[in-house]
Every structure is written in C-alpha cells, then in structure tokens.
Design a protein around this ligand. Structure first.
Ligand SMILES: [Zn+2]
Length: 309
C-alpha cells in the first residue's frame, strides 16, 4: 500500500513518472486533432492499455488522460460517434456536457491500472483560452473551470492534482486555487518553457518557481517545452528560487520537427536516460518524459535512475 505521495517524496526517493499520452494515443489510432479525452468514455481499453504499458516500463506515477479536460476545452470536442457521423458539426453538443464523467472515469481507469501501490496524478492542462485582460477568460471563471475538473479527478481516486504545461502565471494560480477549493489533494504544477528559456507568455523559471513557493505548491517543475537539454539550465534556476520544492522534470523526447508532414521527436531512450540522471543530480524528485516519448523511454529512464540510486 502506497504512502501519501508527499510522504513518499519526503523519503528522498525519486519517483518515475510516465511519458507521452497524446502522441502515443495517436499512434494507437486516435485521429490527429482529436484529444485523448474523446477516448476515455468510448475506448477506455485503449487508455488503460497505455497506462499499463507505462506501469510495465516502470512508471510509479501515471497521469490521467485529462490534459484537455476542462469544460472550456471539451466544448470543442465531439464524441467519436458524432464526429464519425456525416454532416456538419454545427449545433452538435461537445463533450463539455460530460465534463465530470470524463474526468472521474479517467481517474478511475488510471487507478485501476495503478492499483494500491502506484500513484495517479489527476492531470490538468491549460484551458486553451487567454486570460483577461488580453483574452476574455476572467480569473474567477478560470478558477471555476479548474475546480470543476479537479473535483471530478479527486472523485475518481487521484493521489494529487497535477497541473502541467502552464505558460501564464495567472492561469496557473487560478488552477491551483480551483484545485484547492475542490479537494484536499496535494497540488503540483509544472510549466512549459518553450520560448528561449521562458514560457510563451514570457515567464522565467525563477518567476514561476517564486510564485509557486509563495503559494506553497510542494512540487514544481518543467514539462514539454523545447529541447530536453534546456532543463539542465532551467532546473537550477527553479531550485534557487524555490529551495524547498520537489522538482519535476518531464521534457519532450527531443525538439519537435517536421519530417514528411509528420511531427518527429528524435531523442532516443538512451539519451533521455542520460539526461534523467543529470536532472536527478540537479535535485529532481520526479522524472518522466512528455511529447514524443514512449514506454521505451520510460524503461530506460527507470533503469538508469534506479541503478544509480
Ligand atoms: Zn509535451
């Protein structure tokens, strides 16, 4: 039986997270442009198969397939049945009508694979909308969107709320506040530093870490982003600004680039394993991988980190 995740991290042991969800589900046949949430209710066996592949590769923390699971994003997604039906999509209901079912079910699927011993992170990504005053999403409305998702993830058995790929500090704050309103689970938050060492909204690693420390977020870090090598610079900046936080490193498997109209990531499992060891040396407590990675990358990371421990 697992310890509460913060107690486990406090023991000093490094936890191995999982790898990509989106690119792996696409490889399993999810149409490009359709988010993984569309498969949670309709193809749950595919979602569980992916979780199982990561657990077999050595993941100790798996993330729910709910990156785009806020009402704001789900309203743009049709059920598979509707999107496969002929005719205009106009007027058809989006998956936002099932926001609670999808998030709760996704957490239940992950929990079923994780069992009693492994951890489930209830994954929350950005709303996809710009926050006011640049966009029209108010802080309060964002808090409510995130609270709704977090509550459903907690109901399905998540061990923590795992907010990721954030670029706007205000949106990250809204997500943390929403998650805390909705449940008592620990809330983690990672940012995507994909633009010259900053997020697309211009937030530096130190600014992000400082803001997270002020809010008392216990685990923070970098995910997705640009080249995985950049974390070697980013993590120390976060460590300095938030000395007490557990650090999370979950980068892409290489810089995405186009080959024959396909997005390709070419960091090998071996390369990602070498880098993971260096993240751990820099103080990372949770290591995994993001876009373009597969269970083979996670198996290599696990091998390297556990051998070194
Ligand atoms: Zn990614």
């Amino acid at each position: 039986m697992r310890l509460p995740i913060l107690q486990r991290l406090a023991s000093g042991e490094v936890l191995i997270a999982d790898g990509a969800t989106g690119t792996m589900l696409q490889a399993a046949g999810l149409p490009t442009g359709t988010p993984g949430e569309a498969w949670v209710l309709e193809r749950p066996e595919e979602i569980m198969k992916l979780h199982r592949a990561y657990v077999e590769a050595g993941s100790q923390l798996i993330l729910t397939s709910t990156f785009g699971g806020t009402r704001a994003r789900l309203k743009h997604v049709l059920s598979l049945a509707l999107s496969e039906a002929n005719g205009a999509n106009e007027g058809k209901a989006g998956l936002d009508v099932q926001v609670s079912e999808i998030n709760t079910r996704a957490a239940e699927l992950a929990r079923r694979v994780a069992g009693d011993d492994l951890y489930v992170g209830g994954d929350i990504g950005p709303t996809g909308e710009m926050m006011a005053p640049i966009g029209s999403l108010t802080y309060q409305a964002a808090v409510e969107l995130f609270a709704e998702q977090a509550q459903a993830l907690a109901a399905g058995g998540a061990d923590c709320i795992y907010i990721e790929t954030m670029s706007d500090l205000n949106e990250a704050k809204a997500a943390i506040e929403g998650a805390r309103q909705a449940c008592d689970l620990p809330v983690f938050c990672t940012f995507s530093f994909d633009t010259h060492g900053r997020t697309s909204m211009g937030v530096s690693p130190a600014q992000a870490a400082e803001a997270m420390a002020e809010l008392g977020v216990p685990a923070i870090g970098a995910n997705c982003g640009h080249a995985p090598e950049e974390l070697l610079d980013l993590l120390p900046q976060m460590r300095q600004a938030a000395p007490d936080a557990y650090l999370i490193a979950k980068p892409n498997a290489g810089i995405p680039h186009m080959v024959k109209r396909q997005v390709v990531y070419d960091a090998t499992p071996q390369r990602m394993a070498e880098l993971a060891l260096r993240y751990v040396e820099l103080g990372a407590s949770i290591v995994g991988a993001c876009c373009g990675s597969s269970p083979a990358h996670i198996a290599a990371i696990r091998e390297a980190v556990i051998r070194d421990a």
